[in-house]
Design a protein around this ligand. Structure first.
Ligand code: 5GP
Length: 215
C-alpha cells in the first residue's frame, strides 16, 4: 500500500508501508483456519471486515465476521463508490470498503483481505503493491473428501462447491504466491514466511535505515 506523507513531521510517519495481503482459496481448502492462525501469530496484522448481503450463519456476529447489510444498502454503497472491490459469490454480494484500506494505510498497518478471485483481481489493479496468495488443496479428491467431511453441507451444495473450485483454481496463475495446504502447520509456516519477507522489502521502507551512515 502506498500513501502520502502526512505532514512535515517525519517522525509521525510510519516507518514502513503496511503489507496489503490478499488470500483466496476454493471453499474447503482451509483458508479460514489458516488466516485465523496467521493473525494469532502476527498480531500486528489487521483483518478487513467485508460487507455482505448474505445472512449470518451460526455464531457469526455483525461487525466482526462481516458487516451484514441488505441488498438495498449494498447497492447504495456501490453507487456511492464506497468499495475498492466487490463481487457476487455463490449468489450473494461481498465487498471491501475503501475506508478499511484507508485506515490501514494511514497507520502503516498490515491488512489481510480474505476475498474471492474476482475481488483479488480488482485489488491488484487498484493496489499493485498488494501481495496475493492462493491457497490450494493438495488435490480435488482431497478437497471433495474434506467437503464431504463437513456434515452441514447437502450433496448438491458439495457438488456446486467442487464445480466452483475447478473454475476458481484456474485463477491461481494470477497470484503472487501459491501455498498448498496439505499439512496445516507447514502451510501456515509458509504464509508467515511470505508476510515476514514482504515486510522487509526495501521498497516498503519510508526511510532507509542506512541514511544516517552516509560516507
Ligand atoms: P462465505 O460466505 O463462505 O463467508 O464466503 C464466500 C466467499 O466470499 C469466500 O470465497 C470469501 O473469500 C469471499 N469473500 C468474503 N468477503 C469478500 C469480499 O469482501 N470481497 C470478495 N470479492 N469476496 C469476498
Amino acid at each position: 500500500m502506498s500513501y502520502e506523507a502526512s505532514g512535515p513531521d517525519e517522525k509521525s510517519m510510519p516507518m514502513r508501508q503496511g503489507v496489503l495481503l490478499v488470500i483466496s482459496a476454493p471453499s474447503g481448502a482451509g483458508k479460514t483456519s489458516l488466516c485465523q492462525r496467521l493473525i494469532e501469530i502476527l498480531p500486528e496484522m489487521g483483518h478487513s471486515t467485508s460487507f455482505t448481503t448474505r445472512a449470518p450463519r451460526g455464531e457469526e456476529r455483525d461487525g466482526v465476521d462481516y458487516h451484514f447489510v441488505s441488498s438495498e444498502t449494498f447497492a447504495l454503497m456501490v453507487e456511492a463508490d464506497e468499495f475498492v472491490e466487490w463481487a457476487e459469490v455463490h449468489g450473494n454480494r461481498y465487498g471491501t470498503a475503501k475506508s478499511t484500506l484507508e485506515q490501514a494505510r494511514l497507520g502503516g498497518e498490515d491488512l489481510l483481505l480474505e476475498i474471492d478471485c474476482q475481488g483479488a483481481a480488482q485489488i491488484k489493479l487498484a493496489e499493485p503493491e498488494s501481495v496475493s496468495i492462493f491457497v490450494l488443496p493438495p488435490s480435488l479428491q482431497e478437497l471433495e473428501r474434506r467437503l464431504r467431511g463437513r456434515s452441514t453441507d447437502e450433496d448438491a451444495e458439495i457438488n456446486r462447491r467442487l464445480m466452483n473450485a475447478r473454475v476458481e483454481m484456474q485463477a491461481v496463475k494470477d497470484y503472487d504466491y501459491v501455498v498448498v495446504n496439505e499439512d496445516f502447520d507447514r502451510a501456515l509456516q509458509e504464509l508467515v514466511s511470505i508476510v515476514v519477507a514482504e515486510r522487509l522489502r526495501t521498497s516498503r521502507l519510508q526511510r532507509l535505515p542506512v541514511e544516517d551512515y552516509q560516507p
